[in-house]
Design a protein around this ligand. Structure first.
Ligand code: IMP
Ligand code: MG
Length: 179
């Protein structure tokens, strides 16, 4: 019988082992080390999901760099309908900087599109996306994603920073919802 874990009410089965994750982190970091040589990039990690990827990625970066963390807050607009997303905690100036956004996963791309739009208004010198996961089948927005560690099918996954209702971010491997 295949091993599985239970998180709250759902069952998950193994999908990607930690060793594979580490290999892809190193590969992406090496691309960044090469592309940003002589520059001084500012990594901008989107909390909460990217904390683990950001920590692993930065340990593989061997050029001068800085990192800062922001969070997306969602709230219902007062006068408009629908959800409004806002970046909170951007207390470091990104003006003139070579910014690399660090995300855990790009799914529909809606969150990332909003982050890009907001950050572009702060006049960075350059702005690129570095995401661990992307679900290409689910992308609804045409995003130029410069660095992707792994493309995955449109399944719900947990672990390595990704949560199910706040839980399972601590898991070293990636687990997928049992079908
Ligand atoms: P998007 O705006 O549709 O691209 O959604 C991105 C956000 O959805 C991510 O930052 C995650 O918080 C969440 N998300 C998307 N897919 C998954 C998944 O498979 N597991 C856990 N969270 C996910
Ligand atoms: Mg996220």
């Amino acid at each position: 019988m295949m091993k599985s874990i239970k998180v709250l009410d759902k069952e998950f089965v193994p999908m990607i082992p930690a060793e594979d994750i580490a290999n892809e982190v190193r590969r992406v970091a090496n691309e960044i080390n090469r592309d940003y040589e002589g520059k001084n990039p500012l990594f901008l990690a989107i909390l909460n999901g990217s904390f683990m990827f950001a920590a692993d990625l930065l340990r593989e970066i061997n050029i001068p760099c800085e990192i800062t963390f922001v969070k997306m807050s969602s709230y219902e607009g007062v006068s408009s309908t629908g959800t409004v997303n806002e970046i909170i905690g951007l207390n470091k100036s990104i003006e003139g900087r070579d910014v690399i956004i660090v995300e855990d996963i790009v799914d529909s791309g809606v969150t990332m599109a909003h982050i890009l739009e907001t950050l572009e208004g702060h006049n960075p010198n350059s702005l690129e996306i570095c995401t661990f996961f992307v679900k290409p089948e689910n992308l609804k927005i045409d995003l130029d994603i410069r660095y992707t560690a792994m493309g995955i099918p449109n399944d719900f996954i947990i672990g390595y920073g990704l949560d199910y209702d706040g839980y399972a971010r601590n898991l070293k491997d990636i687990w997928v919802l049992k079908s």
